[in-house]
Design a protein around this ligand. Structure first.
Ligand code: GLC
Length: 573
């Protein structure tokens, strides 16, 4: 056992004791007792692509500030800005070289402070992205760590001897297509990187790392940040014995053997680190959102912590991987809704093809986008939107390898085209560069920007944007959508997903046709207290219900219908 492994083993033992203690603690309460994030609409802003104020083809903080009125009008309560810290931009900001500053390409700390204060005037909170798993290889910590085996920061990263001549310490693979270990000829050891080689993993078993990272969060909390989205939390810890991951049958998209990443992903120790990070967040009433790629609802539950003492909002990213059908969405939502913790729903982000493209069929794509909005924005839980989703922005994948900016697209072309397609400029108008910049944007806008943009859609009652605004408005004003329970209906219907949201003040029925053929679902709500249900339509798209007593609803392809339900026979109606 090397000295560093002995240290890890000891840390593991101590962590186990702390775990038992931590679970015995009451759930931490925040100072005001308010949980604003439960009823907030979060909106992810990819700063490179949102709005360019200085005409260099890249978005910036002043650009975001200039669009706050739009966000306010849309109904956004909090923006999550993906990393805007100094970075060599190998992974477009997810390789941070200084956690407590702003990259000059995005502006200055003063610009940031102004953005926070302008946002506050519009009741919009600012959430930053905290890249916890790794730094840039240009971060001062790593430059020192790499300088010698006895450097002060050596143990801030995961270094290890070769297993034999030209053999890395084990079989772990980087999720970005290369081996997970990079040899450093100067100090004759390998360092570990789950992502690009330019993103060395931090050694979270070293308490000095934890302290430095926690202090970075305090720096931003003191500047008015309302919380963090935690990047790549699944991979925070590695097995202290560096055991090989079991090899699974088949190959991954880079043609490498598939691994069961049990020794470098979701290690139990990470929950203790999250509990400690949460304690710091609670000092500032802040919210922690997790990039949690869970495989099932049980794993998702673990991220809330046994006492609700880890993440308030672990994202349900499984939702983005479901088969598009009423059945699979119904089953999944039922499980998440009844799990411990407040659901956090996401249908799109900067790492996966846009929802419009994923779900769209090229014929009814706008209707499908509206249906998905009616679906996830009327659920019990917090939604996190992705910029441009509200317009029906589509993926614009690079047409050739030469055009690719995201390094995984270069490595994996053509099977893996990278993530440029979902990161193209926000479409503000039908004008040049979709109104994003007066210079050539860093990524090209698609043809569809001519029709799917803020300016054009604002003037059109039937646009995707107008529909999003209606749903968001309902979500914020209807008590049943704010606090009501979720009651699935017609659970054996293969095509139509229906549910009630029911509070003590009102009941709302939501009906969604997940199929390309017209449907006429019937409802029997007698057992739910409505023997003769009367409807008051709140939202309709490609749908119609007879006036008076509800029996069935006619829905065209991907139609949406939502109504307040009361009982015709009840004396007070
Ligand atoms: C997260 C980010 C992704 C980034 C990766 C490495 O998955 O969302 O964009 O490449 O972490 O930081």
């Amino acid at each position: 056992m090397t000295a560093s492994i002995r240290r890890w083993a000891l840390a593991l033992l101590l962590a186990g004791c702390c775990n038992a203690l931590a679970h015995a603690q009451p759930a931490p309460k925040n100072a005001t007792g308010q949980e604003w994030w439960r009823h907030a609409i979060f909106y992810e802003v990819y700063p490179r692509s949102f709005a360019d104020s200085n005409s260099d083809g890249i978005g910036d903080l002043n650009g975001i500030a200039a669009k706050l009125d739009y966000l306010h009008d849309l109904g956004v309560d909090a923006i999550w800005i993906t990393p805007c810290f100094p970075s060599p931009q190998v992974d477009f900001g997810y390789d941070v070289s200084d956690y407590v500053n702003i990259d000059p390409m995005y502006g200055t700390l003063d610009d940031f402070d102004r953005l926070v204060s302008e946002a506050r005037k519009r009741n919009i909170r600012v959430i930053l992205d905290f890249v916890v798993n790794h730094t840039s290889d240009q971060h001062a910590w790593f430059l020192d760590s790499k300088s010698s085996k006895t450097a002060a920061y050596r143990d801030w990263y995961v270094w290890h001897d070769a297993k034999g001549p030209n053999r890395p310490p084990n079989n772990w693979l980087s999720t970005f297509g290369s081996p997970a270990w990079k040899y450093d000829p100067a100090t004759k050891q390998y360092y570990y990187h789950y992502f690009y080689p330019e993103q060395p993993d931090l050694n979270w078993r070293n308490p000095a790392v934890e302290k430095a990272m926690f202090d970075a969060t305090r720096f931003w909390y003191k500047r008015g940040v309302a919380g963090f989205r935690l990047d790549a939390v699944d991979t925070l810890y590695e097995d202290p014995q560096l055991r090989d991951d079991p090899v699974l049958p088949g190959k991954d998209k880079f043609g490498r053997p598939k691994l069961d990443e049990k020794y470098n992903k979701k290690l139990p120790e990470l929950h203790l680190a999250l509990q400690r990070l949460r304690t710091v967040a609670d000092e500032y009433d802040a919210v922690l959102i997790g990039e949690t790629w869970t495989n099932d609802v049980k794993e998702l539950e673990e991220y809330y912590g046994n006492n609700g003492n880890e993440l308030q909002l672990p994202m349900d990213l499984q939702l983005t991987k479901l088969t598009f059908s009423a059945k699979s969405f119904r089953e999944h939502i039922k499980a998440v809704d009844s799990a411990r913790g407040w659901p956090t729903y996401v249908i799109s982000n900067h790492d996966i093809p846009r929802s419009y493209t994923r779900y769209g069929d090229g014929v009814h794509s706008d209707d499908i986008a509206k249906m998905m909005a009616a679906f996830y924005l009327t659920l019990r839980g917090t939604p996190i939107m992705y910029y441009g989703e509200e317009l029906g922005m589509q993926n614009n994948d690079p047409k050739s390898k030469e055009d690719v900016k995201d390094p995984i697209g270069v490595l994996g072309w053509p099977k893996e085209k990278g993530r440029d397609g979902e990161r193209t400029p926000m479409q503000w108008s039908a004008g040049p560069n979709a109104g994003f910049s007066s210079a050539k944007p860093w990524l090209p806008v698609p043809e569809s920007a001519k029709t799917h943009n803020v300016e054009t859609e604002t003037g059109n009652e039937r646009s995707v944007l107008s529909f999003y605004k209606k749903v968001i408005h309902l979500r914020k004003t209807e008590p049943a959508l704010i606090e009501g329970s979720y009651i699935p209906l017609n659970e054996s219907d293969p095509n139509v997903l229906s549910y009630l949201r029911k509070s003590d003040k009102e009941t709302i029925l939501v009906v969604l046709n997940f199929s390309a053929t017209p449907q006429t679902p019937r409802f029997d709500l007698a057992k739910l207290g409505f023997p003769s249900p009367k409807t008051e339509a709140l939202l309709e798209n490609a749908a119609g219900a007879p006036d008076g007593v509800l029996k069935s609803i006619k829905l065209d392809a991907y139609g949406v219908y939502a109504a307040r339900i009361s009982d015709a026979a009840a004396p007070h109606n």
